[in-house]
Design a protein around this ligand. Sequence first.
Ligand code: TZP
Ligand code: MG
Length: 221
Amino acid sequence: MKHLSECRLYAFVDTTCLRGRPPGVVAQQLCDGGADLIQLRAKQSSLDEVRRLAEAILPVTRRAGIPLVINDHFSIAQDLGAEFCHLGQEDFFNRGYAHVTQLSKPGGTQRPVSARVGIGLSTHSQAQAERALAAGPDYIGVGPLYSTTTKPEAQPIAHDYVRWAAAHVQVPWFAIGGINLENLDEVLAAGVRRICVVSAILNAEDVAATCRKFKERLRAA
Ligand code: TZP
Ligand code: MG
């Protein structure tokens, strides 16, 4: 399984961009294109649907040795043995958590340490990052860099925050939001070395080839 420290291109199976394509097929295309990490993001799906989607994707990511991240649903990530769960500020802090170790405690269903679900936390400002980092996540998301139709309600972050992250964040951090092959040079120039890309990959005609283009540009940076 690829280690998080090696991951630079974080791609998604986002149900809003599937347009009828089977999730497992799209996950395979992302793996073939060299995605380092894949998130299942299914905002409109019921818990049962998220679980079914994850069950369809996990054999693909496992075979490829690519970690799978389940968005929003820690219990599903834990039950299925997904490598990571991604949580927003509201999913984590607004539910009363202060440290990631608290997540696996309720109900006494703690898995062995070897099967620990890694945690990623979203951040939108330096203050949120400082609080998130104190909670012990495996990685943080930094964004949105640009406004994006994938998350229309989210306001772009200040560029100062990206520069601060580049200088201060010690865990892997992934820039997210509106990143595409046209603005990638500007993103890299800001000090970003790890990126999350949803629509620019999933809406491309050739998903695997587009992943490869992102990977080559990241590698060259
Ligand atoms: N969080 C901040 S922006 C965003 C999320 C989930 C969406 C990113 O999608 P895209 O299509 O790469 O802009
Ligand atoms: Mg969330």
